[in-house]
Design a binder for this molecule. Structure first.
Ligand code: FBP
Length: 263
């Protein structure tokens, strides 16, 4: 059974995951543009904004900070992750189990990265199976970070690649698939069609202008996507609440980008 319908990870069927696993995935360099973002407390505070449906963090950050925020923030435990110092084929160590996320951390959803196309794809898919089946036992929605990589992937943001990445979310039993933006609303329509009932989220990516960022989010929503999972485009901004106000308009209120920017 799919647990997504009235899960806390959604608002009116839409999703805005604030992603903050960058300390492991990219390292402290991501915090340089806005040094206060190195402090998890700052980002947990940002995540109390009503536009945010959950905050994605790894086990250690959750253990240290979530107890103070469990009434105000919904926790999405990111179960795997690898540092940017790793120079091998893309892969991701499993750092936390579903049981630990549910029982010890108090997570209301779990997230797991798969890299379709890499040499370790078989093992990653098998790890995902264990996560997906255990999450069903706990009635936790599963978000699959689906990033096609490896030698066969010539263009990791091409429509075909992203549609395949999203489809794998459906095939492997993810409730939500998080994929890179394929560049246009038309391409995103193909992506959401391929994902069927699996909700599709756009991955935020590196920081861009307010307008460029909101226009891509708007095209995802208009294409039938559920929203986005975003990190740097929120907490690398001087005023992260301002962009969350605008995202709230675009994602939940069907506002145009101009309306959201003027609000
Ligand atoms: P951003 O919005 O900052 O891109 O964060 C989304 C995210 O998926 C993070 O959860 C993750 O740390 C990062 O992107 C990984 O990005 P990449 O693998 O492309 O470097």
């Amino acid at each position: 059974m799919r647990p997504i319908a009235d899960a806390p990870v959604t608002r009116d069927g839409k999703v805005l995951v604030l992603a903050y696993d960058h300390g492991i995935e990219h390292g402290p360099v991501d915090f340089d543009p806005q040094p206060e973002s190195a402090d998890p407390e700052h980002v947990f505070d940002v995540a109390t904004h009503p536009a945010v449906t959950s905050l994605a963090v790894g086990k250690g950050v959750a253990e240290a900070y979530y107890p103070s925020y469990e009434d105000d923030v919904s926790l999405l435990a990111k179960l795997n992750g690898t540092s940017n110092l790793w120079m091998g084929e893309p892969d991701s160590a499993v750092n936390c189990s579903v049981e630990y996320a549910a029982e010890e951390l108090g997570a209301e959803a779990v997230g797991f990265t798969v890299y379709p196309g890499v040499n370790g794809e078989v093992e990653m898919f098998e790890e995902f199976r264990e996560v997906q089946e255990k999450a069903r036992e706990y009635d936790l929605p599963v978000v699959m970070w689906s990033y096609a990589r490896g030698q066969a992937v010539k263009n990791d943001t091409g429509e075909e690649t992203i549609a395949y990445a999203a489809r794998l979310g459906l095939e492997l039993g993810a409730d939500i698939a998080k994929v890179k933006y394929p560049g246009s609303q038309e391409a995103m329509e193909t992506v959401t069609r391929m994902a069927g009932p699996t909700k599709v989220l756009m991955s935020g990516g590196s920081k861009t202008s307010d307008r460029e960022f909101l226009e891509s989010v708007k095209s995802v929503i208009d294409a039938g996507g559920a929203g986005l999972a975003v990190g740097r485009n929120v907490w690398q901004r001087e005023n992260p609440r301002r962009i969350l106000d605008a995202l709230e308009e675009v994602i939940y209120e069907e506002a145009s980008v101009d309306e959201a920017l003027d609000a």
